[in-house]
Design a protein around this ligand. Structure first.
Ligand SMILES: [Fe+2]
Length: 274
């Protein structure tokens, strides 16, 4: 069975067909998948029967995995797998993290070394809703007017948490979260392409006035997820979707909480954005 790579969108996303990720891949096949991942930013592989150890083994070929600090949400026996789930145990306690992230973001950009890749395997999904949206930040950068490219070059933003992203934090808790600085334009280490790097965790543009920071962030919010650069993933059970946090923003959407959404996530470590 020959592997196929089919674009899902002009700017972001490709579907890989003809592979069985439950079995080890040869070097050439993996290299083709890896290249497609960096070029397309999001890869979809449907109809996979992916036990946890195989998801871990496949994810690890992209780099070392991160273990989430919320150890109560790790899959028993497989700390590399974080459960995203609205299932509860017999006492009504959640088994996993109930997916937040219903705003445009790149994963944990409020840390010094944000995750490179997030790999999400759908075990159980609701009959409708719960789509994930992906916006190409290569395309967002390319579409910037030249004067904005020049204006943003060299600028950094402070990434942190606020009431939108951490609604349960008190003002004092939010104030205690030390933000980190990242460039607003980063260069992808594998492709050399420039990508816009902002999202909802970007709270303040540095070394400009507060008014100018507000103006820049308002412009970027209108720009970073325009319809023509967004791929909407409609989940099916047994999908593996993986995305490159260095070149996409993503956004979760609502689903009817009477239904179960249960997913296994692995996370590949990244590097400091430059
Ligand atoms: Fe996320």
């Amino acid at each position: 069975m020959a592997m196929t790579i089919t674009k899902l969108h002009d700017h972001v996303g490709a579907e890989i067909g003809g592979v069985d990720l439950s079995r080890p891949l040869d070097e050439a096949t993996f290299a083709a998948i890896e290249e497609a991942f960096y070029q397309s930013s999001v890869l979809v592989v449907r109809r996979q029967d992916l036990p946890p150890e195989r998801q871990i083994a496949f994810s690890q070929r992209f780099g070392p995995l991160e273990v989430h600090i919320l150890d109560q949400y790790q899959l028993a026996g497989h700390p590399e797998i974080l459960l995203l789930s609205n299932k509860t145990d017999a006492d009504g306690k959640p088994l996993g993290l109930v997916e937040a992230g219903r705003y445009w973001h790149t994963d944990v950009s409020f840390t010094e070394v944000p995750s490179m890749g997030s790999f999400l395997y759908a075990v159980e999904i609701p009959p409708a809703g719960g789509d994930t949206l992906f916006a190409s930040q290569f395309a967002a950068y390319d579409a910037l007017p030249q004067d904005w490219k020049e204006r943003l070059a060299g600028l950094k933003a402070l990434h942190g948490l606020n009431k939108t992203t951490a609604p349960k934090f008190t003002d004092a808790q939010l104030a205690s979260v030390k933000g980190v600085e990242h460039p607003l334009i980063r260069t992808h280490p594998k492709t050399g392409r420039k990508a816009l790097y902002a999202g909802t965790f970007a709270l303040r543009v540095l070394d400009v006035s507060e008014a100018e920071s507000d103006e820049i962030l308002a412009f970027l919010r209108d720009h970073w997820a325009q319809d023509d650069i967004v791929y909407r993933h409609r989940w099916q059970a047994n999908d593996l979707v993986m995305w490159d946090n260095r070149s996409v923003l993503h956004c979760a959407t609502l689903f009817d909480a009477r239904f179960i959404r249960h997913m296994h996530r692995t996370t590949v470590a990244g590097e400091k954005p430059v």
